[in-house]
Ligand binder design. Sequence first.
Ligand SMILES: NC(=O)c1ccc[n+]([C@@H]2O[C@H](COP(=O)([O-])OP(=O)(O)OC[C@H]3O[C@@H](n4cnc5c(N)ncnc54)[C@H](O)[C@@H]3O)[C@@H](O)[C@H]2O)c1
Ligand SMILES: [Zn+2]
Ligand SMILES: [Zn+2]
Length: 367
Amino acid sequence: MRIRAAVLEEFAKPLVVQEVELAEPGPKEVLVRLVACGVCHTDMYTASGVDPSGYAPTVLGHEGAGVVERCGRDVTLLKDGDHVVTLFSPQCGECIHCASPLTNLCLAIREQQNLGYLPDGTTRLSLDGEPLRHFMGTSTFAEYTVMPEIALARIDPQAPLDRACLFACGLSTGLGAAIKTAAVREGSTCVVFGAGMVGLGAVAGARLRGAERIVCVDMSPERLELARGQGATDVMLGGDETVAKVLEMTDGFGADYTFEATGNVAVMRQAVEAVRMGWGLCTVCGVAGRGETLDIVPRLLITGRRVCGSSFGGLKGREDVPELIRRYMGGEIDVDPFISHRISLDEVNRGFELMEAQDGIRSVIEL
Ligand SMILES: NC(=O)c1ccc[n+]([C@@H]2O[C@H](COP(=O)([O-])OP(=O)(O)OC[C@H]3O[C@@H](n4cnc5c(N)ncnc54)[C@H](O)[C@@H]3O)[C@@H](O)[C@H]2O)c1
Ligand SMILES: [Zn+2]
Ligand SMILES: [Zn+2]
């Protein structure tokens, strides 16, 4: 079928919104009619050409939500009409990682997905007879996409899809980092570095876990205001004094939990140094630039501080995303303040400009 999609033809050039060809879903694949899609930094990062693992031409987009239009052969997990959120982090339910409660890094389709192919090593997308790759296995800057059934989370059909799409990436990453990876204990003190989509999600997650004190650190007063709305009890502007200020607020000990959501390795270091001895846990969510390293004084670790990373908030997508949507529908998570702009697919490049200007948290493409 012919569909409209935003194609990254060449790195560092604007996306070209045009008609492309989408083939029928193969075995265990599903055709999804996309309804909404968030614009995320990862899309822009790949478009810029700076990401060494990026590829082109490809249809970008990975924060999608939509409705199952048609199922390919042998699909058992979904049926026509199901409402779904796309998962760049799938859950096959069978590999050794899926079988373990300790990780969400499903191994089933990783290699092909990283190369931009569906699990059988081919693409369903093409332009003038030439294959177009599937970005992050999702390619949701489009009217329709074909995805493996293991990479779609079936959600409450009552949930508005223009909000649900945010659970496909940043929001779930932050929520999961606090709820699942760190499993914040009730009554604890948390410090969240960064108040973008991921950091604000971590603030909300810490609140849902019953943290007593939630400090959010960012460079933008407007974003810190949003953090208050998500449950931050204290906010502060970031800088060289941040660690000293956190120690001062915590009788010289540091926080029980810190979360890093900036992608800046100097801030990651602050997040490690601001966590308390004995049991403090620092969770790194940000993606650092290629070749960058995190500097930690080993003595901090010997005295009981721990550091871990979190990919997609440690969430097993097909199980945990529907549960987060259930909590959103129950009024526990306030999604509306994150949506700052609603744009059409044709305006996708404007979505990148808004993000670059840090204008709002998320632009949502309505398809
Ligand atoms: N681990 C994952 O699975 C995953 C998923 C999505 C995004 N990410 C990564 O998480 C990071 C955050 O993503 P986002 O969408 O929220 O980005 P964002 O750019 O919207 O937010 C980052 C925030 O950090 C703030 N910041 C910058 N320097 C700071 C400092 N010195 N102190 C305090 N705050 C500072 C900025 O003001 C900004 O508000 C990125 O690195 C992104 O690539 C990781
Ligand atoms: Zn993303
Ligand atoms: Zn798996």
